[in-house]
Write a protein that binds this ligand. Structure first.
Ligand code: SF4
Length: 209
C-alpha cells in the first residue's frame, strides 16, 4: 500500500464524520453558510444560520435583502460587510443566471461573488456529491505541509498538488478527514504527535515543538 493510501485509511478509521460540520438543509443554505464561515468557526455559524434562514427563505429573499439589515444579521460571523455583499451578489446572480438554483459545477460556481474554489468544492462535495477538486482550508493547508503532501503555501497550488497524489475516489471527503484530524490531534499550536496514529508516516513527527 502506498503511503498516501495508508494515511487515508488511518484517517478514515479515526474519523467519526466525513462531511461538513456546517448545518444546512439545501445547497443554497450550505453556500451561504460556507461564505459566512470564512475566518470564523463552524460552531458560531451554526448558531447564526437557523435564525438567518428563517428570516430569509432562499436566494430570492437574500437577493432583495437590505444590505444594512443583512450586515446586522450576520455581524457575529465577522467581516460582515464583505460577507453581506457577497451573499446578496451571489443570490442575485443565482436568480438572474441560474433560475434560482445553485449551479452544480465548478466553472459556474466560480462566477458567483464571494465564491472561490474552497467554497465551491465544499458545496459540490457536500450538496451534490461531486468531486471536481479538494477544498483547501486552514486545516488542509497546515496538515498538507506537516505530512509533506505539498510544499506550496498558496491554496490553489496545494489543491493541485493534492489532486495529483490523492486518488480521485477520496477527493469527496479528503478535506473533512484532514479537518477532523486537525481539530482533534494535529492542532495548529500544539499538535498531539505522540497520540497521533499517523506519526509513523509523518515527516514532522519529533520536529514539532
Ligand atoms: S505526527 Fe504530529 S505533525 Fe504529524 S500529523 Fe500527527 S499530529 Fe500532525
Amino acid at each position: 500500500m502506498q503511503r498516501i493510501d495508508k494515511i487515508i485509511t488511518i484517517l478514515r478509521k479515526n474519523s467519526a464524520d466525513s462531511s461538513t460540520a456546517l448545518r444546512y438543509k439545501k445547497p443554497f443554505e450550505l453556500l451561504v453558510a460556507t461564505i459566512l464561515s470564512a475566518q470564523c468557526t463552524d460552531e458560531r455559524i451554526n448558531k447564526l444560520t437557523p435564525g438567518l434562514f428563517k428570516k430569509y427563505k432562499g436566494p430570492a429573499a437574500f437577493a432583495g435583502a437590505n444590505v444594512a439589515e443583512l450586515e446586522k444579521d450576520v455581524r457575529s460571523a465577522g467581516f460582515y460587510r464583505n460577507k453581506s455583499r457577497n451573499i446578496i451578489g451571489a443570490s442575485q446572480k443565482i436568480m438572474k443566471d441560474f433560475g434560482g438554483r445553485v449551479p452544480e459545477n465548478m466553472e459556474a460556481l466560480l462566477t458567483l461573488p464571494g465564491v472561490a474554489r474552497k467554497t465551491a468544492n465544499i458545496v459540490l462535495s457536500s450538496s451534490f456529491r461531486k468531486a471536481e477538486g479538494i477544498a483547501v482550508d486552514t486545516h488542509v493547508k497546515r496538515l498538507s505541509g506537516r505530512l509533506s503532501l505539498s510544499k506550496a503555501n498558496n491554496p490553489e497550488k496545494i489543491e493541485k498538488d493534492l489532486m495529483k497524489i490523492i486518488p480521485k475516489k477520496d477527493w469527496l471527503d479528503f478535506n473533512y478527514l484532514l479537518v477532523n484530524h486537525g481539530r482533534k490531534i494535529c492542532h495548529a499550536r500544539k499538535p498531539l504527535c505522540r497520540e497521533c496514529r499517523l506519526n509513523h508516516l509523518c515527516h514532522s513527527f519529533g520536529k514539532m515543538v
